[in-house]
Design a protein around this ligand. Sequence first.
Ligand SMILES: Cc1cc2nc3c(=O)[nH]c(=O)nc-3n(C[C@H](O)[C@H](O)[C@H](O)COP(=O)(O)OP(=O)(O)OC[C@H]3O[C@@H](n4cnc5c(N)ncnc54)[C@H](O)[C@@H]3O)c2cc1C
Length: 202
Amino acid sequence: MDQPGRIEVRPIRQMTGTSEFNEVFFDGAVARAEHVVGGEGGGWKVAMSLLGFERGVSTLAQQVGFAEELGRVVRAAVESGAVGDAVVRERLLRLWGELRVMRWNALRTLGSSGDAGAPSVAKLLWAGWHQRLGELAMLVRGAGATVGPGDWSASAPYELDVWQRQFLFSRADTIYGGSDQIQRTIIAERVLGLPREPKGVV
Ligand SMILES: Cc1cc2nc3c(=O)[nH]c(=O)nc-3n(C[C@H](O)[C@H](O)[C@H](O)COP(=O)(O)OP(=O)(O)OC[C@H]3O[C@@H](n4cnc5c(N)ncnc54)[C@H](O)[C@@H]3O)c2cc1C
C-alpha cells in the first residue's frame, strides 16, 4: 500500500448496509520484485488457488455456524407454531439432510487431494443451502420479518436483526467467489470432461 504509485480503496456498501469489501484501484502502482506472490507470471495460478480456498477449505468451519443458524430457525418455528405447517416441516427436514450431506462431502474432501471439482461442489452446495435457509427463516417469521428493529428514519437506516442480515447477505452467496453458473462450468469441463464452452461467441 505504501509503494510508488496510487492505490485507492473504495468500500462497497451492500444491501445489508455494511461494507465488508472494497474496490481497489491501482494507478501506476509498482511493487518490489521480491514482493510478487507466486513469482512473475504466476498470478493466474495464485488467484485460482485462492479461489479454491475461498470456495472449499475456508468454508469447512462455516458449517458449524450453519448448524447453529438452522437450530435457531427450528426453535423459532416451534415457538411460533409454524412447525405445524407441513411445508415448513418438509423444508426444515430437507435443510437438515442437506447439511449432513455437506458435512460428509467436507470430510470426504479432507481425506482426498487433487480433485479439481471439490471446491466447486462445496460452493454449489453451501451457497444454495444458505440462501434457502434465509428464505425459510423469513417464512417462519411471517410479516414481522419485514420490519426493522430500529428507527429507519434515523442516521442508521440499515439497522437489521440477525435474521434479516442473514437473509439479505445470503443473496450474494451464489455470486461471490464465482457464481453458481461458473462452478457448474468448472465441474462440466474439468471433472466431467464435457466440451469446453465456446469463447468469445456472442
Ligand atoms: C458480497 C460480495 C463480495 C465480493 N467480494 C469480492 C472480493 O473480496 N474480491 C473480489 O475480487 N471480488 C469480490 N466479489 C466479486 C465477485 O467475485 C463477482 O461478483 C463474481 O465472481 C461474479 O462476477 P461478475 O459480478 O463480474 O458477474 P458476471 O461475470 O458479469 O456474470 C453475470 C451473470 O452471468 C453469468 N455468467 C458469466 N459468465 C458465465 C459463463 N462463462 N458461463 C455461464 N454463466 C456465466 C454469471 O453466473 C452471472 O449470473 C464479491 C461479490 C459480492 C456480491
